[in-house]
Design a protein around this ligand. Sequence first.
Ligand SMILES: [Mn+2]
Length: 359
Amino acid sequence: MKMTFRWFGSTDDSVTLEQIRQIPGMTGIVGALFDVPVGEVWPIEKIAKLKKEVEDAGLELEIIESVNIHDDIKIGLPTRDKYIENYSQTIRNLAQYGIKVICYNFMPVFDWTRTNLAKELADKSTVLSYEQGVVDKIDPTAMLETFKSSANGFSLPGWEPERMATLKELFSKYEGLTEDTLFDNLKYFLEGVIPTCIECDVKLAIHPDDPPWPIFGLPRIVKNEADLERIIGLVDSPYNGLTLCSGCLGANPANDIPKLIRRFGAMGRIHFAHVRNIYIHENGDFDESSHLSCDGSLDLFEIMKAYHDIGFTGYIRPDHGRMIWGEKVRPGYGLYDRALGVTYLNGLWEAIGKMAQVK
Ligand SMILES: [Mn+2]
């Protein structure tokens, strides 16, 4: 496995490349361009600049999260062909700079959703958390206010103030869209871009829906084993792959994460591993706990063992972390707790590897 760390760029991230480089076992950055509007082609010059910045710091840039998909593609509007061509061009541009994997998601309107970006735990650390009751009661357009108060000035992806202004219009475009139609639209997208992926040797890795169930009346199609199976069958190519996010799929206790890793990993379809733990409350609400198995509901030993057993050589990152030691940065993306997560995952990996040799 190749240990990586998500970084939001020198202007948007207070965590520095130098700090990331000093985390033991760190090999690379999970990068992205955040100032290119969704649907536009990523310019060569900006990719080149990011690549140089990361490499100058002694790290690799081989994986991107995310190149986001324009809503017109998800909805299936006639304008999608233009955006699919743009996406293909972005793939070509990224390939020129040695990008091997692109993570993306196919969630309508919103990216990952939480109801509290700074829930305080007993040890005074703060974490991202999700309460279904809050989501059920609140109009998405009103939720922005909830976030403003708790996010250190940051907003969730998809919840940016300028986007909220057009939210009602966007929701109306999704009206009547079913899961089957969304699958059809994903297939149309994949059939459009996978030939370019093959030509450029860039693998796509779809991220699961977070949380893995429909919210705000919008359909979601990356929720469980059956969905993942259907997705990899839409275009049967290793270039049509998965980002297996443990904390995301794991929010539904019916999803057996080690089983999913063994199944889809053995098929060579997992290109990116997001590994983190969550604590699921009795009513199904959840908090993003520390990575340690006993702090959450997922068994991180079993998860790492599954990756080890399939001989995983792809990219891995600690997905989110708690806010600890007085750090005040983007919720979920502090340096300290993610670095602790990396060290824990590396420790498990080393122990599992050595125990396997003893046998
Ligand atoms: Mn994830």
